[in-house]
Ligand binder design. Structure first.
Ligand code: GTP
Ligand code: MG
Length: 174
């Protein structure tokens, strides 16, 4: 077989956090199955999926994805999922300033209680809904830069930037 001599196979625990309804489960469904579900149901507890990607240098990265439930009643469970995670993806909805405020809460919690070397990504989802935008690109970018996070806007509906999100995370792994 033609496995490159410098090929590496990485396994990465990744957790998604953010308010209920921002599109965490849809982002995962788009990334893992290439599908979008307009009638996506709220997540109960958390769900687990995995997906492997290949990078240009023939490194493969297997993402073990914990998609958490955003509803307030599940907030106390979050540490079970972000503890030991190498990557945390904090998601808000660009049409909801409240969800951006909630994202900042999760970033602070991860800075306090996550792994010290955790890779943090800030995602503004539902970028297809430009006409309803409440959070500017500038506000998302500035907050992310201040907190040493990677920032991207995505749409699980159109698939815009979904693969890029995971590829950029893979590039930033220690
Ligand atoms: P919880 O499981 O309760 O934490 O919510 P969630 O963040 O997993 O939200 P979910 O992925 O279930 O999506 C909530 C709603 O937003 C669904 O009706 C989706 O169809 C819709 N949605 C998700 N992503 C997008 C997007 O990129 N664009 C648009 N227009 N709608 C989206
Ligand atoms: Mg969900």
């Amino acid at each position: 077989s033609a496995v490159a001599p410098d090929a590496k196979n990485l396994r990465v625990k990744l957790v998604l956090l953010g308010d209920s309804g921002v599109g965490k489960s849809c982002i995962v469904l788009r990334f893992v199955r290439g599908q979008f579900d307009p009638t996506s149901k709220v997540t109960v507890g958390a769900s687990f999926l995995s997906q492997t990607i290949a990078l240009q240098d023939s490194t493969t990265v297997k993402f073990e994805i914990w998609d958490t439930a955003g509803q307030e009643r599940y907030a106390a469970l979050a540490p079970l999922y972000y503890r030991g995670a190498a990557v945390a993806v904090v998601v808000y909805d660009i049409t909801s300033v409240d969800s951006f405020t909630k994202a900042q809460y999760w970033v602070k919690e991860l800075q306090k209680h996550g792994s010290p070397d955790i890779v943090l990504a800030l995602v503004g989802n539902k970028a297809d809904l430009q006409e309803n935008r409440e959070v500017s690109v500038q506000d998302g970018l500035e907050y992310a830069e201040k907190n040493g996070m990677f920032f991207i806007e995505t749409s699980a509906k159109t698939a815009d930037n979904i693969n890029q999100l995971f590829e950029e995370i893979a590039k930033r792994l220690p």
